[in-house]
Write a protein that binds this ligand. Structure first.
Ligand SMILES: Cc1cc2nc3c(=O)[nH]c(=O)nc-3n(C[C@H](O)[C@H](O)[C@H](O)COP(=O)(O)O)c2cc1C
Length: 453
């Protein structure tokens, strides 16, 4: 996240944390590109976390730099893309607060300037503070947000796939730049959107950007099965994550999609050093800088629960908010028994890592844990969060990469030029796969759209 703290409020104070100017982001992108990371993924929110100690209490988030201030990363991608050759970029945009016409243009631009190394993390947003700044008194209801997102996707697919036919741009002829016969309005009229089109940008390497999504609710899973080409999964223990993976995979045929048209990525935080002891010491050092009030602010935004109403000594395992109860149930499977789950302890578990698994140890310990996640959760890879940038990633490259290479589970070259080719690795080229809802609009695959002038 282009904020001083994403899942690790307070860590902006760590002595190793670089100032996050443009040179920092370019340096990080180059480190990841050289180490052959598939992508650099940027999360995003559109409001401040103000539930804790609230209502509308901005203090804890601001003090800890908990996801605030947050820059618009789409304006910084060009510099990172120019400095790299294979790394892809996941950029988040909300279907609840933006307009599909504007989003289609932005991602076409990003796809153009990155040569197809762009993905869209589709989110429906969850902060009341965002709703209030975008002109709503209340958030749109959860499932309704997903309905709106479905139509939003439909509009963008039409703009990307249908409005410009292949071959519409004829810049090689003397008099014609684009053939007007091959550029169409989409004339979309739906429940939420009206959009005439065409897209303002001509077809780009992927046309439709690679689609990423997270969201494990029933509506979220259905949305993922319909649209996502990579899904981020929540879950503190592999079996729980596996249940979501299996459920989404089982839904793919309903949408006419094949199993290999989608990749599953588990969120994880990794603290690695030469030995287990050194890694543990490093983690304890990081923990000193964690701001638990900022962590409570994040938890408030995620769950809607204000933890300030609970005393420090209450045992949350027996009483407490539902969101915490389910986390504790997952943690208990991995933590020593007999622990008292006080507010402080819960916040220490969430500090630095958020509600994702945390692995601290030597390269062997970490690689074993990752292999267990791949095997037991059925995921294809990981979305690795950080305590500091580029520190966390430099450690991965220095300590963990040699071990993963030794095990033959890390790529040494990029599989293709575009994000879709690099993530799916199925030889299917840069365009969306057969069965994906965007594909039906591609003018060449569906001649009926050619009559829409
Ligand atoms: C790894 C991961 C990354 C996410 N990134 C974002 C994000 O950048 N912005 C956002 O508004 N929501 C983000 N979310 C939240 C999801 O979009 C979604 O709102 C949440 O997981 C709840 O989904 P559900 O209501 O379908 O269960 C993320 C979730 C996960 C697990």
């Amino acid at each position: 996240m282009t904020a001083p703290g994403h899942l690790a409020p307070g860590l902006w104070r760590h002595p190793s944390q670089e100032k996050q100017d443009l040179a920092h982001w370019v340096r990080l992108a180059k480190i990841l590109d050289e180490a052959k990371f598939h992508g650099l993924f940027f999360a995003d929110v559109l409001g401040i976390y103000d539930v804790y100690g609230g209502p509308s209490n901005n203090g804890p988030a601001l003090q800890a730099a908990a996801q605030i201030p947050i820059l618009d990363v789409s304006l910084m991608i060009s510099a990172m893309a120019y400095a790299t050759t294979g790394l892809s970029f996941g950029v988040t945009a909300s279907t609840t607060y933006e307009h599909p016409y504007q989003v289609a243009r932005r991602y076409s631009t990003l796809d153009q300037i990155t040569d197809g190394r762009i993905g869209w993390n589709v989110v429906t947003s969850y902060l009341q503070s965002a709703a209030e700044s975008y002109g709503f008194d209340e958030q749109i209801q959860h499932d309704e947000r997903y309905n709106k997102a479905d139509e939003f996707m439909d509009v963008t697919y039409k703009l990307w796939e249908q409005s410009w036919e292949d071959g519409a741009v004829q810049a090689d002829s003397k008099w014609v730049y684009a053939d007007a016969e091959k550029v169409h309005k989409i004339n979309h009229v739906g429940k939420y959107y009206k959009c005439a089109g065409p897209n303002l940008v001509d077809p780009t390497p992927q046309r439709t950007p690679f689609i990423l999504q997270a969201g494990a609710s029933k509506a979220g899973q259905a949305f993922a099965a319909a649209h996502a080409e990579a899904m981020f999964l929540p879950g503190m223990v592999p079996e729980k994550t596996r249940a979501v993976v299996d459920s989404v995979k089982a839904q793919l045929p309903r949408y006419g999609r094949s199993e290999d048209s989608m990749r599953f990525l588990a969120g994880i935080f990794i603290c690695v050093d030469e030995t287990d002891e050194k890694a543990q010491r490093k983690f304890q050092d990081l923990l000193q800088y964690a701001d638990l009030e900022g962590t409570a602010a994040l938890f408030g935004g995620w769950s809607g629960t204000d933890l300030s109403q609970f005393s420090d000594d209450e045992d949350f395992a027996f009483r407490g908010p539902t969101a915490i109860q389910s986390m504790i149930a997952a943690w208990t499977a991995t933590a020593p028994s007999g622990l008292k789950w006080t507010k402080r302890r819960v916040l220490e578990e969430l500090a630095i890592t958020g509600a994702h698994p945390r692995v601290v140890g030597s390269p062997t310990t970490v690689a074993d844990a990752m292999e267990r996640w791949i095997d037991e959760a059925g995921v294809d890879g990981f979305n690795i969060s950080y305590a500091t940038t580029p520190g966390t990633f430099e450690d991965l490259v220095k300590y963990l990469w040699p071990e993963l290479r030794r095990r033959g589970v890390l790529q040494t070259e990029y599989a293709g030029k575009t994000m879709r080719e690099n993530y799916l690795q199925d030889g299917g080229g840069p365009s969306v796969r057969e069965g994906h809802p965007a594909k039906q609009y591609h003018a060449q695959s569906n001649p009926k759209f050619r009559q829409w002038g």
